[in-house]
Design a protein around this ligand. Sequence first.
Ligand code: ZN
Length: 92
Amino acid sequence: MISTPSDYGELIALNLPPLIDAIMSKAESTARFLQTSGDRAYCDDCLIMLMGFSGPDEAEQVTSGLGGTDGFLRELGECCLCHERKQTIRAR
Ligand SMILES: [Zn+2]
């Protein structure tokens, strides 16, 4: 039960790092996957299947995070797997 701010801090200390770790490690494995895929672009939906994301929200969180970095390009394009034209991500 959360009764004081310090209890709340404890809850965050207990629960948040694994959550962040899980997202970070998925971001890292997605980054590695894209880097080994050359210039092939993948949509979020295909990455959900490939990387085992829990759903579109998590996929979006990871791909938009990666897309904001220098190493990756998030753009409207054709996914190399489903060949649909949508938001994709690929390594630069
Ligand atoms: Zn796709």
